[in-house]
Design a protein around this ligand. Structure first.
Ligand code: HEC
Ligand code: HEC
Ligand code: HEC
Ligand code: HEC
Ligand code: HEC
Ligand code: HEC
Ligand code: HEC
Ligand code: HEC
Ligand code: HEC
Ligand code: HEC
Length: 272
């Protein structure tokens, strides 16, 4: 979770004071009422009534000019990240660390958050259920959840994206919501957390995603390939002579290498 608001800007000496909510109320009664009774406004007021008073001008840059010349052109309607960062600098900096794709493509705070006058009561002021707004931009990933084997909830809807992904990923490995590449998975699949005496290296290097596509797969074990042998062949082109790739017995790699996630007994990933 993101801690600590930077409120010092409110106290910055020497600058002209920000216009207050009361200065707007005469002409924008509806927005004032909506914002100050909504969840965001209430949260601000809980910090201090001064903070709420300064909120309109914090989000809507140009407010001082707008008071002199009240028109659509004199004020910013939709606040960008810098406006939010006046109070949420840590949220802005951690999203930079967390998801390069979102930063590079200028996904805005308001693509995910209901920062405006909507009366969202969702946790973290999210616009909607994460499955809806994430899927809106990530259609190919969302579509995979329709494949026969996938992470779904009881009503067969995709599992909440935030179970695995971290958007504000402070100290986390880029896109997945955990401290190491296996972490997001082993929160639920704890029996595979390891460590093992004999690790299977791809797990260490690329994480569980090097073999599984958990958004959805035709394979019952949610593997990235239709069959185990095809998956193994991606990295193990050169098999020992004893292995006869034409025999069904040998194609069932995990029939023998059953400790595929790591073994405490044998470097060749046997259980026994
Ligand atoms: C004297 C009346 C008046 C006051 C006071 C006033 N506004 Fe406005 N505001 C307007 C008018 C007129 C518009 C043009 C759009 C419209 O007709 O609603 C407008 C538009 C806006 C818009 C939308 C801009 C857009 O691009 O559509 C925002 C945001 C806004 N005002 C915020 C504020 C804030 C914040 C304050 C207080 C600091 C404030 N206003 C004070 C009259 C006022
Ligand atoms: C957290 C940021 C934030 C704060 C604080 C905020 N607004 Fe807004 N405001 C927005 C956003 C975002 C929109 C655009 C909403 C949309 O397009 O749906 C908006 C739109 C508006 C508009 C244009 C009309 C409309 O409803 O779209 C006015 C006027 C306005 N705000 C006035 C105010 C006033 C007055 C305050 C102080 C009570 C205030 N805003 C506080 C984010 C904020
Ligand atoms: C407004 C569109 C938009 C929304 C909303 C959005 N994303 Fe993205 N996301 C993108 C774009 C664009 C990229 C970069 C894709 C690329 O580089 O190919 C991206 C990249 C990603 C990546 C890859 C990591 C990276 O940094 O490149 C993940 C994971 C991701 N998004 C998850 C999510 C999740 C989870 C949500 C919902 C909480 C979400 N996204 C909401 C547009 C969006
Ligand atoms: C791609 C979607 C996305 C974008 C873009 C995004 N956020 Fe978030 N934000 C989330 C989600 C989802 C959460 C819920 C916490 C979690 O599960 O990581 C969250 C949580 C938060 C929180 C609450 C943290 C807490 O302690 O509960 C704040 C504040 C926040 N975001 C602010 C921002 C600001 C400011 C920006 C723009 C600089 C921004 N967010 C951009 C998705 C996003
Ligand atoms: C004037 C300061 C201020 C501005 C500007 C501001 N916020 Fe906030 N915001 C707050 C305060 C105060 C809270 C309550 C935080 C708390 O209680 O920990 C909050 C809470 C939040 C939360 C978390 C709600 C939750 O459930 O924990 C999100 C998300 C958020 N703001 C997003 C935004 C976005 C997006 C913008 C820009 C459009 C923005 N804020 C602009 C002061 C501000
Ligand atoms: C059960 C865990 C899990 C869930 C739930 C989940 N993801 Fe993922 N997602 C992953 C893994 C693992 C990766 C691969 C990460 C890697 O290899 O770096 C990934 C990758 C992604 C990527 C990047 C794809 C690329 O090719 O770069 C996007 C975008 C994404 N997920 C979006 C979503 C969306 C949207 C949802 C919700 C509808 C979602 N994910 C739900 C685990 C999950
Ligand atoms: C929020 C909890 C949760 C998270 C996080 C999670 N899973 Fe799962 N996973 C489940 C549940 C529940 C099942 C269904 C188990 C069942 O049907 O027995 C499942 C099933 C699976 C299966 C199929 C298992 C089987 O027996 O067929 C695989 C493979 C899997 N998960 C891998 C992963 C990977 C890899 C990650 C990380 C990217 C991950 N999971 C993250 C809860 C989770
Ligand atoms: C080198 C490839 C590879 C990696 C990396 C990998 N898995 Fe697997 N996983 C498999 C294969 C293959 C199976 C199917 C085993 C079988 O045939 O029964 C499997 C099966 C599973 C199952 C089903 C139950 C079980 O124990 O057989 C779960 C759950 C699972 N993996 C989770 C994970 C998690 C969590 C990670 C990361 C910590 C991970 N896997 C990393 C290849 C891999
Ligand atoms: C993403 C690449 C990747 C995938 C997929 C993969 N492996 Fe590996 N595997 C490795 C690497 C790297 C090593 C370490 C090789 C070394 O140290 O020479 C390894 C080691 C092994 C070993 C231990 C023996 C040795 O050479 O050290 C066995 C057995 C093995 N893998 C079997 C499998 C099987 C069976 C599958 C399919 C379920 C599989 N691997 C999938 C990359 C992979
Ligand atoms: C019938 C059991 C069995 C099956 C099925 C099997 N293996 Fe093996 N594998 C072994 C044995 C025993 C060894 C070690 C002795 C040897 O080199 O033949 C071994 C060795 C290996 C090694 C190299 C280990 C080293 O020390 O260099 C790799 C990699 C490997 N297997 C991958 C696979 C893959 C990939 C498949 C599926 C296409 C597979 N195995 C199917 C029994 C099996």
């Amino acid at each position: 979770m993101i801690a600590g608001l930077v409120l010092s800007f409110l106290l910055a000496g020497g600058e002209a004071p920000l216009p207050l909510m009361n200065d707007c109320a005469g002409c924008h009664e509806d927005q004032v009422a909506q914002f100050s009774t909504g969840r965001h406004g209430r949260a601000m007021a809980a910090r201090s009534s001064e903070l709420l008073q300064q909120s309109c001008a914090s989000c809507h840059s140009g407010a001082a000019k707008h008071l002199e010349d009240p028109s659509s052109d004199s004020i910013e309607r939709i606040p960008g990240a810098p406006a939010c960062a006046k109070c949420h600098s840590s949220a802005e900096s951690t999203i930079q660390l967390g998801t390069p794709g979102h930063v590079r493509n200028k996904v805005s705070c308001l693509d995910c958050h209901a920062g405006g006058h909507e009366t969202s009561e969702r946790e973290s002021l999210l616009r909607s259920d994460s499955r809806e707004f994430c899927s809106g931009c990530h259609r190919p990933e969302a579509a995979r959840f329709e494949l026969p084997f996938a992470h779904r909830d009881e009503s067969r809807e995709p599992m909440d994206c935030m179970n695995c992904h971290s958007i504000h990923g402070i100290g986390r490995v880029s896109r997945l919501g955990a401290l190491d590449k296996n972490g997001a998975c082993v929160e639920c699949h704890g029996e595979l957390a390891g460590p093992y005496v004999f690790e299977h290296p791809p797990r260490q290097v690329e994480g569980c995603g090097s073999c599984h596509d958990v958004h959805g797969s035709p394979n019952p074990r949610q593997l990235r390939r239709h069959s185990v042998a095809l998956l193994c062949a991606e990295c193990h082109g050169d098999l020992p002579r004893s292995h006869d790739a034409t025999s069904a017995r040998y194609r069932n790699c995990t029939g023998c290498h059953s400790a595929i996630h790591g073994s405490n007994r044998d470097a060749r990933l046997f259980d026994r």
